[in-house]
Design a protein around this ligand. Structure first.
Ligand SMILES: [Zn+2]
Ligand SMILES: [Zn+2]
Length: 183
């Protein structure tokens, strides 16, 4: 969701109806609760992703929990995230019937798209591309200057986050700029 205020509305930005799915308990879910949901509901697909330690959320269980769910109904796949009022629809997609796509296909695609592991994968790809393009890593904050031939992209990211307290996202965008400039 782009803004908490558009809850329950059809979003002008992405066309999604960001509503709460009332049939899912409004709490972080453990693996066993996700399985329970799979068995007790009519959802055709139920998967959690981006598991985190419950302790980090201040919960008194040592199991991992999720605040990211991908579910399938008879006709659509949905990506839900947990907010204050409950599980809110972030993405809602129908399969392409012409291409014999099923709800499960779409759900699997969404799962791949929203799982954080994917960021890791993208980063690895970026690392390989960076090595081939031999970009110049020019730090906007100090005189750190290296090339893709002399250091890894991840070292440059490390420099930005450790020496200059950049957030991961900001550091990635600086890296991207350096990579694109040399491309
Ligand atoms: Zn939206
Ligand atoms: Zn620097």
């Amino acid at each position: 969701m782009h803004d908490e205020t558009d809850l329950g509305e059809v979003c002008p930005e992405c066309g999604t109806h960001h509503r709460v799915i009332e049939s899912i308990p409004a709490q972080p879910l453990t693996q066993s609760l996700v399985e329970e949901l799979r068995e007790s509901t009519n959802f055709t697909f139920v998967r959690g992703t981006n598991w985190i330690s419950a302790e980090d959320l201040g919960l008194s269980t040592d199991q991992e929990v999720t605040e990211d769910l991908i579910i399938g109904t008879q006709t659509k796949a949905l990506y839900l995230q947990l907010y204050e009022p409950g599980w809110v629809v972030e993405i809602e997609e129908k399969p392409f019937e012409d291409e014999d796509e099923t709800v499960e296909d779409v759900a699997q695609e969404i799962l791949l798209f929203v799982s954080h592991d994917r960021e890791e994968l993208l980063f690895e790809m970026l690392e390989i591309i960076s090595t081939e393009l031999d970009p110049t890593y020019d730090c906007p904050e100090c005189d750190y200057l290296e090339t893709g031939g002399s250091t890894l992209a991840r070292n440059f990211l490390f420099h930005l986050t450790e020496s200059h307290n950049y957030t991961g996202e900001k550091a990635l965008s600086v890296l991207e700029e350096c990579t694109l400039d040399s491309g």
